[in-house]
Design a protein around this ligand. Structure first.
Ligand code: TRP
Length: 343
């Protein structure tokens, strides 16, 4: 056998997930959900609710299942189709956790010590964080590789976890003399809504953990809330830039133009061609109308699904079965490679 890496020759698969640890917002919709719905038409697609990841920080047990259903309602409202994509809860496919254990023994402490998200989330008292928060990226690698996924739509902030996934895949393939067994998955970070920023601070990502509700448009906000948050969005006193170059130094204006572009399907240049030189007194109402017309129906569809939890549960049951059909044989092969008795 040669030492040259043999590249992965299996089918192309897309996998991604969202944590059920708070209400979803416009940033999740444009940056993730819309992309998932598009990709399901292009490749075999697996989209899950990351409930195992959610409990790396405390979650109220009586809320966990309803938060999971809410994410599924958002997936369905954004156009994910259970006949096209496997839509499931991470905790209902036990292969994720089992592969994560094996990967805990492949990944090195030094690799995890470099993870910036752990440093941010654990804050000043890392000794009080759960061990799960530390090994979070190892579970993420298992989520991806248990389906041999090749493409992972994620935000920029997840790129480091994708690099770790590749390192784990490469080390596993090498250690167990199985060249090309796991693919080295690619992050898909591009897209018009790739980075939606806070409405109160153009330098911070729109986030469910921001204490100010006015910083984000939640998917379940009604038309009045959407319009009022856009009216109150932070801006500067200048009229809108005429060029993209000029926009670069104005993060809040840039963000609103980016949101308009993503919601309308136009490029930022096209948005500036229409609104450049005009004041926010003109631009904000136009953006509010657009946001209400696109996001209002998404919220309505979500509420419709949430009124029928039985249907959501049926989607999750089908998705878990579809996912296990792919994950179980991959885990079996992995266990054979490791050398477990009767694997
Ligand atoms: N860590 C991801 C986030 O916070 C969520 C996630 C968990 C994920 N497992 C994944 C994303 C696997 C992509 C692939 O956004």
């Amino acid at each position: 056998m040669t030492d040259a890496p043999i590249s992965y020759a299996g089918p192309e698969r897309v996998l991604s997930g969202v944590q059920c640890s708070g209400a979803l917002h416009l940033g999740n919709y444009l940056g993730a959900l819309v992309k998932f719905a598009r990709l399901q038409h292009e490749k075999q697609t697996f989209i899950f609710v990351a409930d195992l990841h959610a409990i790396t920080v405390w979650q109220e047990p009586e809320k966990l299942a309803s938060q999971t259903r809410e994410i599924v309602a958002a997936y369905l409202a954004a156009g994910l189709d259970p006949m096209k994509a496997a839509i499931f809860a991470q905790s209902s496919v036990r292969e994720h956790a089992e592969l994560a254990w094996i990967f805990n023994c492949v990944a090195r402490l030094g690799w995890l010590d470099r993870m910036t998200q752990f440093k941010e989330k654990s804050g000043q008292h890392k000794e009080r964080s759960s061990v799960g928060l530390y090994t979070y990226p190892v579970l993420q690698a298992a989520d991806i590789l248990v389906y041999k996924a090749t493409h992972v739509p994620v935000g920029e902030d997840q790129k480091q976890h994708l690099e770790l996934t590749r390192d784990i895949a490469a080390k596993f393939n090498n250690d167990f003399k199985a060249p090309g067994f796991f693919p080295l998955p690619e992050p898909l970070t591009q897209g018009p809504g790739a980075r939606v920023m806070s409405l109160r601070d153009g330098s911070a990502k729109m986030s469910k953990s921001d204490p100010s509700d006015n910083s984000r448009i939640n998917l379940l906000d009604d038309a009045d809330a959407i319009a009022s948050k856009i009216r109150k969005a932070k801006t500067d006193p200048e009229p809108l830039s005429e060029t993209l170059e000029d926009l670069k130094t104005r993060p809040e204006a840039d963000n609103l133009v980016g949101i308009y572009a993503a919601l309308s399907g136009l490029s930022k240049e096209q948005v500036l061609a229409e609104f450049g030189g005009k004041g926010f007194g003109t631009f904000k109402p136009a953006l509010a109308d657009l946001a209400v017309s696109v996001m209002g129906p998404i919220g309505d569809r979500m509420r419709g699904f949430l009124d029928d939890p039985g249907e959501i549960d049926a989607v999750l049951a089908k998705g878990a079965a579809d996912a296990r059909n792919v994950a179980a044989p991959v885990l079996d092969e992995t266990k054979k490679l490791v050398g477990f008795w009767r694997a």
